[in-house]
Design a protein around this ligand. Structure first.
Ligand SMILES: [Zn+2]
Length: 427
């Protein structure tokens, strides 16, 4: 039985949550009031009113299966075509009766399914790492990956409201680019034993004499200064780029050892502590890169968070889960209860795009308890590994490609947008 079968999807809380998210995007810094009822209404600045169609639970299955009828309309800047659902034939998407703006299509239904990630409860299918798959998403079914549909609807609404109420002024927000770095590996030579293993591996296993000399030289350098370890130096290089470009970068560190995929460095070692101190001294946000098993386990997550906090000497409130592992029924609650207030896990591992239908930060939703959480999602739009795999799909031989795919998710996206990105990178 699907989760959707056992509770009401578009509850009053869900509708208010969705209208508030759209209002935050369309009318930033405005005072908003939501009135619920048969016709949900948003009132902005006391007198600018908008009425929405109440979404229907019985349409969700059709929508999720890709079978709900839609019309195409132009985006606010006329640059792309947008799909709108449940728009009566020959009707305009918006109308104005002299007092109130009417949204004549179902703006709230798909917006809630995307923002709350409710769509992830509509299938039990997952990839080999237990992740919701791009191929099962509304983004894939309605080709919405490159179009943040919730933002697009909000911008259309803004434009129509401004046309209807000429004195209504909207202050636009400045876009912000936030690079985020998951530190899966911190040291190539964490200790003497590992250095011997690496250098002898170059010499005897890989039979590459020059490479073994290069590794020996890098090891000697790292002994003089750990910041010159090949992996640690990459962190410092990213820090330098971040400072030079005045970027609000975030670095996420792993904090548990002894698990497969998770045990690459010891966060409690003096070198790790020094590295984190260096980042903090430059004002960089240090967050937790939640280990492979913590996404659905509060005890493990709390241990990891507490260990990183010991090193940081302050509370850690930001996270991204390793491998983007996320269970919509468990992970947001784990974060909420452990004091996390910012996450950047929600992007697709298989391709770039807008998994949540938005590029704006917004509070996550607790589907079990039907309420908004305090955890603010900063949606992940593109991950370097994804682009690397797309390039692999185009450039590599079959053998290397299959190794690359097995490392990630088992599927390589075939859609035209991804190929476009890959070809650009190849050139
Ligand atoms: Zn990772």
């Amino acid at each position: 039985m699907y989760y959707a079968d056992i509770q009401m999807i578009f509850s009053n809380n869900a509708i208010e949550y969705t209208i508030r998210r759209i209002a935050e995007i369309a009318f930033p810094q405005k005072e908003c009031r939501v009135e619920l009822g048969d016709v949900p209404t948003l009132v902005v600045d006391q007198n600018v009113e908008m009425k929405f169609i109440r979404p229907d639970d019985s349409n969700v299955e059709l929508l999720y299966n890709g079978n709900l009828c839609y019309s195409n309309i132009n985006s606010f800047d006329n640059k792309v075509s947008l799909k709108v659902f449940s728009l009566p034939e020959n009707d305009s998407p918006f109308s104005f009766d002299g007092k109130c703006v009417h949204v004549n299509f179902d703006m709230l239904g798909i917006s809630f399914l995307l923002l709350s990630r409710y769509e992830e409860t509509l299938t039990e299918h997952r990839d080999k790492f237990g992740r919701f798959c791009y191929e099962d998403s509304l983004c894939c079914k309605y080709e919405l990956s490159d179009i943040p549909i919730v933002d697009e609807y909000a911008m259309l609404l803004r434009r129509f409201v401004q046309a209807s109420f000429p004195n209504f002024v909207v202050i636009r927000r400045e876009p912000k680019f936030i690079p985020t770095h998951d530190v899966d590996f911190l040291f190539r030579f964490p200790n003497f034993g590992k250095a011997v293993k690496t250098i002898s591996g170059d010499l005897f296993k890989r039979k590459r004499l020059r490479l073994s000399f290069k590794s020996l030289s890098a090891y000697m350098k790292s002994l003089r200064n750990f910041r010159q370890d090949p992996y640690a130096s990459a962190v410092y290089e990213l820090l330098k780029v971040s400072i030079e470009n005045k970027l609000d970068s975030r670095f996420y560190f792993k904090a548990l050892r002894n698990k497969y995929f998770d045990s690459t460095y010891n966060i409690l070692s003096p070198k790790s502590r020094e590295c984190i101190k260096d980042l903090q001294s430059q004002g960089v946000v240090v967050g937790l890169h939640g280990g492979l098993y913590s996404f659905a386990d509060k005890i493990i997550f709390a241990q990891e968070k507490s260990m990183l906090e010991t090193v940081c000497g302050r509370e850690v409130a930001s996270v991204r889960q390793h491998f983007l592992r996320f269970d919509v029924r468990k992970t947001p609650q784990v974060w909420q209860e452990c004091g996390i207030r910012s996450d950047s896990t929600l992007g697709f591992p298989e391709r770039e795009g807008f998994r949540c239908g938005t590029c704006h930060p917004y509070p996550l939703y607790d589907i079990e308890n039907d309420c908004a959480l305090e955890v603010i999602e900063h949606p992940l739009v593109v991950m370097d590994t994804t682009l690397y795999l797309i390039v692999c799909a185009i450039c590599m031989t079959g053998a290397r490609l299959s190794r690359a795919t097995s490392l990630c998710c088992g599927t390589i996206p075939q859609c035209s947008a991804s190929w476009k990105v890959g070809i650009r990178m190849c050139i």
